[in-house]
Every structure is written in structure tokens, then in C-alpha cells.
Design a protein. Structure first.
Lengths: 396, 145
């Protein structure tokens, strides 16, 4: 059975370009970049070349790029740094949104315990934050605004440039978790007035376990992991040279083919959305147009997401859901709840996230499988029976 | 699939006794859609024997598998035996469930008890009420697992 991988928001397959870039640094050029000898200096050169490449792709300076273990570490370090710097000036207020990644939300929750006040902005029914609401929430004691570039579950793209402008005018540090955006959407840290930004290599066909953060010169950055003097004293630990080189290669490739990929992938996405909306009592979650090229997120009433995923997996389709049962908790996805979806609807969600490696045939197979599986699960669902008999009202 | 045992996957992808019994003698429904699990069990009873049983379930893979296994375990059995079916027995028959899915087997046990209670109520049969605790409270207990 052919596997149809439609979970690219979770992780992507590594590109050949990234693998080819990486392998020399696993085998031959294995020196420690901190070593003075030639083996170490060869690794150091590769490291700095990767830094320069990534900086150029984000319109940053090389000295503003720091390598980390991934998106979560970058988020943690950026937010903590801005919070600590703010607190030193008596500023202990942070603005964010209710549908950030847990790497952001859980860091903020911890900061609340440490005496910070957090305002979580409404993301509205369409999953898009309003820049004027960011502006209205800024107070004299606001230390940081952190709003994601694009949401990982519903794929909605935030007005980052507008938010950046509002923050710059107010003199507040602006961080954006760009994990889902990098390599897929245009990022220009200067034009978009971004002070801090997080990326993760494995979301754009790079390897897992490696990421980067951008911190504008003059914005506060403090070490999160302490130890050696790597990354100009901001991130201790021997650099993941092979991973970093592969990340730079993957990002360069993704950015070079961004328009072409977006055109192809969004056409597949729109075909999927159009086909899936034919299923009665289904709904697209998140804004129709302000969304990542590869993101499809739907709810189907009367069924539960985990059983849907398992039956799709049995047909070779890898997808994701925001149901409680897939999260290991009793609550469905905080993102879907933030969009105002009722619990019973949020349980029946399906996320399909495409990449340029997906094909027209994949879409056809998904459009055949999903309606059949949904109909099958509905046929044994007492909730669906009650909905159809009018005992309980349809919500979507 | 590593998440579930082969037995769970078998009963999930190929569930036994799915459906409804239009002239059921007892029907039990437990769980709620907000939490993401609803199980409904239909019983056909003759001379205190469960001669037929069907289920409808809204829920995850283990909820559907638990319903399927529970119906298999009580089919053809006297009511007294069905009342002794525990959630642990359902989970064991499925070669185990992940810890955070044990509440699915609890729902199956409760749905059967609710269906038997409904049968007693409908037919004016006396029963020991203490043996039928409020499923809502049981659900809370399961949530804390």
C-alpha cells in the first residue's frame, strides 16, 4: 500500500538537497567548530556559511542568527529573554494569543507563575489576530508581544508586518513563532519589523532537532542553556553542524522555489477543501484565504477525530486531528476552541497538511477515502443519529 | 500500530455487533459528546439471557473496540453474568488499553449496566439499586485515572 503523507505541519520528509548537504558533515568533516585545528575550522567555516545563508534568506545580519535545537527552544529563549529584560525595567506584561503553540503558551504560563501578567488576544472565528487589537492591548508596562506567523493547526497567516509596525512604534519587543511559515511564506525581518523570530528545520524538509532564532541587534537575548561560549555566549553546547548545514540548504531551496511550491500546493489544498466540503455538515476551520498553502483543517459533525485518523491510516493516509483522544488529554485542541468551536465539533477535526511532494493522485485518494470513512463512522455514531433525527441541533 | 494492541485494532477496524435493535428490551446510553465519547447498547433479552446485543458508538478507536469486545463478552450470557462484567475484563480481553484510554472500557461496562437497568425499569423487575450507581459519578472517577 502506498503511503500518502499529508501531515507536513507535523514534520516533513527531508529533501535530497538537505540530505546531500548534511552527509559530508556526518562522515568526513566532523570537527568541533570550537577546535583550533584544521578539522575544527572546516566545520566552523560550514557553520558560518550556513549562518550567512539563513540570515540572507530572512534579510537579517549573520550576527543576528543563533542556532538552537528547534522551534520550542527558540520560542523559550526569545520569550524568556524579552521577559527578563522587561522585568529589569519594571515591565511585566506580555501580549500573545490564545492559539499559540504550546512552546509559547506553556512558557507564558510559567512566567505568569513568576509574576508576569499575560493578555491573550482573541483570534476571532477566522483565526486571525487584528493588529489594532494588539495596539489597544499595549500598556506602558508591556515587555513583549509574541504572535505566531502562521498557526500550526488551522494554518491561518497573521498580519505580522502590521503587528510589527504597531510594536515598533510603541517600543515593545515583537517575537514571532515562524515555525510553520519559514520556507513557505515570505519573511523579511526588517520590512516586517520583527525583533525576534523562531524557526525549525524539519518543517521545511530539513532535519529534526535543529532550528534557529533571529534576534535583532539591540533586542535582548539571554542564554537559555549555559555552558561554553558557542553562539557568542548565547547558546552553549557543541553546534549540530551537519543539521545546521542541512537546515540552511533546505531553507535556501524552499525559499528559491517558494512561489512555485505555493502555487502547486495551494491548488491541491483548494481542491481538497472543495471536495471535503461536499460532505454534509462539514466545516473548514480558519480563514479561507489567509492560510498556509498546504493547510486543510476541517470538522465533520457526529464523529470523533482519532477513529477517523486510524481508519485513514489503515488506508495509507497520514493525517492529524485536534480531538482530545489524539492529544492524550480530555480536552480537544486549544486552537479549535480558541476559534470558538464547540467541544463536540472540535472532537471531529481533521488536519491535512500538504507539501510540494504531494500529487494530484494523493488528493484524489484522500477525497475518496475521507467521505467513505466519515460516512462509516457516522453510521455507527449515536450522536449522528440524534443529529439526523433532530433530537439535537446540527451545529455546523 | 504501536498505540493499540492487534486485538484493539481488530475490534476497531472490524467491530462486532454494530447496529441497533429496533424492538430492544433495554437500551443504555452513557458518556457525552462534549467529552468525545458516547456509547449506546441495545439488548434483546429472553428468559434472563442476552440473546442479542448491538452497539452504536461515537468515540475514538479504543471506545469502538471496547464496545465491540464488551458486546461479544455478554452475548448469549445470563444477565447476572453480564452485570459482573468489569471494565478490566473488557480491557484484558483486548490485550490491554493505554492508561489514558482505560475510561473507554469503563464506558462499556457502564453502558451495559445502563441497558440492563433500562430493561428492569421497563419491565417492572425489582433490583438492588445500590448495584447501579450513577454513571455520571463513575465517569468522574474514570477521568481521574
Amino acid at each position: 500500500m502506498k503511503t500518502i503523507y499529508a501531515d507536513n505541519a507535523a514534520t516533513t520528509a527531508m529533501s535530497k538537497t538537505a540530505i546531500d548537504a548534511m552527509t559530508p558533515y556526518l562522515a568526513g568533516i566532523y570537527g568541533n567548530p570550537s577546535s583550533l585545528h584544521s578539522a575544527g575550522q572546516a566545520a566552523k567555516e560550514a557553520l558560518e556559511a550556513a549562518r550567512g545563508k539563513i540570515a540572507a534568506l530572512l534579510n537579517a545580519d549573520p550576527q543576528e542568527i543563533y542556532f538552537t535545537s528547534g522551534g520550542s527552544e527558540s520560542d523559550n529563549q526569545c520569550i524568556r529573554s524579552a521577559a527578563t529584560a522587561g522585568a529589569a525595567k519594571g515591565k511585566k506584561h506580555i501580549i500573545s494569543t490564545a492559539f499559540e503553540h504550546h512552546a509559547v503558551l506553556h512558557t507564558l504560563k510559567q512566567l505568569e507563575k513568576e509574576g508576569f501578567e499575560v493578555t491573550l488576544l482573541d483570534v476571532h472565528q477566522n483565526g486571525v489576530v487584528k493588529a489594532e487589537e494588539v495596539k489597544a492591548a499595549i500598556r506602558p508596562d508591556t515587555a513583549l508581544v509574541t504572535v505566531m506567523f502562521a498557526n500550526n493547526e488551522v494554518g491561518t497567516v497573521q498580519p505580522v508586518a502590521e503587528i510589527g509596525k504597531v510594536c515598533r512604534e510603541a517600543g515593545v519587543v515583537f517575537h514571532t513563532d515562524a515555525v510553520q511559515a519559514a520556507g513557505h511564506l515570505k519573511i523579511d525581518v526588517k520590512a516586517q519589523n520583527i525583533d525576534m523570530l523562531s524557526v525549525s528545520a524539519h518543517k521545511f524538509h530539513g532535519p529534526k532537532g535543529v532550528g534557529a532564532l533571529y534576534c535583532r541587534k539591540g533586542a535582548p537575548l539571554m542564554p537559555h542553556i549555559r555552558g561554553g561560549a558557542q553562539e557568542r555566549n548565547k547558546r552553549a553546547g557543541t553546534e549540530n553542524v551537519a543539521g545546521i548545514v542541512a537546515m540552511a540548504a533546505a531553507l535556501a531551496e524552499a525559499c528559491a522555489s517558494m512561489d512555485e511550491n505555493a502555487k502547486k500546493v495551494s491548488a491541491l489544498r483548494d481542491e481538497l477543501i472543495k471536495g471535503l466540503l461536499k460532505i454534509p455538515h462539514s466545516k473548514l476551520n480558519g480563514d479561507v484565504s489567509l492560510r498556509l498553502p498546504g493547510n486543510v483543517n476541517m470538522c465533520f459533525e457526529g464523529i470523533e477525530g482519532e477513529s477517523l485518523l486510524l481508519l485513514l491510516d489503515a488506508r495509507g493516509i497520514c493525517a492529524s486531528s485536534g480531538s482530545a483522544c489524539t492529544s492524550g488529554s480530555l480536552e480537544p485542541s486549544h486552537v479549535l476552541l480558541a476559534l470558538g468551536l464547540p467541544h463536540e465539533v472540535a472532537h471531529g477535526s481533521l488536519r491535512l497538511s500538504l507539501s510540494e511532494y504531494n500529487t494530484e493522485d494523493d488528493v484524489k485518494a484522500i477525497l475518496k477515502a475521507v467521505p467513505e470513512v466519515v460516512a462509516y463512522l457516522r453510521s455507527m455514531s449515536p450522536v449522528w443519529e440524534d443529529l439526523e433525527k433532530g433530537k439535537i441541533p446540527h451545529l455546523i | 500500530m504501536a498505540l493499540y494492541s492487534d486485538k484493539v485494532m481488530d475490534h476497531f477496524t472490524n467491530p462486532r455487533n454494530v447496529g441497533k435493535i429496533e424492538d430492544a428490551d433495554g437500551v443504555g446510553e452513557v458518556g457525552n459528546a462534549v467529552c468525545g465519547d458516547i456509547m449506546k447498547i441495545y439488548l434483546k433479552i429472553e428468559n434472563d439471557i442476552i440473546v442479542d446485543v448491538k452497539f452504536n458508538t461515537f468515540g475514538c478507536g479504543s471506545a469502538i473496540a471496547s464496545s465491540s469486545m464488551a458486546t461479544e463478552l455478554i452475548k448469549g450470557k445470563p444477565l447476572s453474568q453480564a452485570l459482573e462484567l468489569t471494565n478490566k475484563a473488557v480491557a484484558e480481553a483486548l490485550d490491554g488499553l493505554p492508561a489514558h484510554k482505560m475510561h473507554c472500557s469503563v464506558l462499556a461496562e457502564e453502558a451495559i449496566r445502563a441497558a440492563i437497568k433500562d430493561y428492569y425499569d421497563r419491565h417492572g423487575i425489582e433490583y438492588d439499586k445500590s448495584k447501579f450507581p450513577d454513571p455520571a459519578e463513575e465517569e468522574h472517577k474514570a477521568d481521574e485515572d
